[in-house]
Design a protein around this ligand. Structure first.
Ligand code: XBP
Ligand code: MG
Length: 253
């Protein structure tokens, strides 16, 4: 495992371990996609399908407990007693995916503040990058190209690739398998309770950077919980390495 020396004048002169790889969640983590991105696209898709359904910001926050847009729509339709809710949800979600992909391709979604600096730091230290998301590849790939640059994440696992969405660990396990790296050398970066539980269940030390929708989630088990990438101090590769050391099940190996 690589080490990095702390800068002169730091409180400790001990060398820190760096992770071999970092697996990032996308929604809510790399970018604030949900309230003003996905939610609007869902509502536009409901209108396009002439459905009398619109999610305000608060209701959408509750529905985020259901991961995966198609499942989220299906649950809302079932709740209204709609017959063939699953088929209709699949059609509505296809429209939503097209609408959101257009927004992404127009450059309408930017990175969370401080994220580009963390990615630069990780790349400068040779840390491998991957993504594990429950979102659809149609918009994930162009969004990653816009946020961190095409090819920066050498492995990209999307909702299309797995049978079970987060909080199931399948997406993280698949990312580890494709990276061919041990969980004990890898750190996950997440924004939410379901994402944290998925990463922990795959054996990953996990750093959670919360947002308005997730600040009150149960984040027990996270190695580090922060409200931002850039405050109060910038999140660095060395701090992600410290998350490995701080996570008991990883330290025990
Ligand atoms: C994100 C999701 C996704 C997005 C919408 O969760 O659950 O469903 O809300 O994207 P996570 P899709 O951040 O834990 O991956 O409509 O493409 O599903
Ligand atoms: Mg997320």
């Amino acid at each position: 495992m690589r080490t990095v020396e702390l800068p002169p004048g730091s409180s400790s002169s001990a060398a820190l371990r760096l992770p071999e790889a970092v697996v990032f969640d996308v929604d809510g983590t790399l970018a604030d996609t949900e309230r003003d991105g996905h939610r609007i696209a869902f509502n536009d898709a409901f209108a396009a399908h002439r459905l009398d359904l619109a999610w305000d910001a608060e209701r959408y926050g509750e529905l985020l407990a259901i991961t995966g847009g198609r499942r989220r729509v299906a649950a809302a339709l079932r709740e209204r007693g709609v017959e063939d809710a699953d088929d209709l949800a699949a059609r509505v979600h296809r429209t939503k995916t097209e609408l959101f992909t257009e927004v992404v391709r127009r450059g309408g979604i930017g990175p969370r503040p401080g994220l580009p600096a963390l990615v630069d730091d990780l790349r400068a230290h040779g840390v491998r990058l991957a993504v594990a998301t429950t979102g659809r590849r149609a918009w994930v790939e162009p969004l990653l190209a816009h946020l961190i640059g095409e090819g920066t994440a050498e492995v990209v696992v999307c909702g299309d690739d797995v049978a079970a969405l987060k909080p199931d660990p399948e997406a993280y396990r698949l990312a580890l398998a494709r990276l061919d790296v041990a969980a004990a050398r890898t750190v996950a970066v997440e924004d939410s309770g379901p994402g944290l539980h998925a990463a922990l269940a795959a054996g990953l030390a996990t750093v959670v950077v919360t947002n308005d929708y997730t600040a009150d989630h149960d984040l027990t088990g996270a190695a580090i919980v922060r409200e931002a990438f850039d405050a109060p101090t910038p999140l660095t590769a060395a701090e992600l390495g410290a998350a490995l050391v701080r996570t008991p099940h990883v330290r025990a190996r």
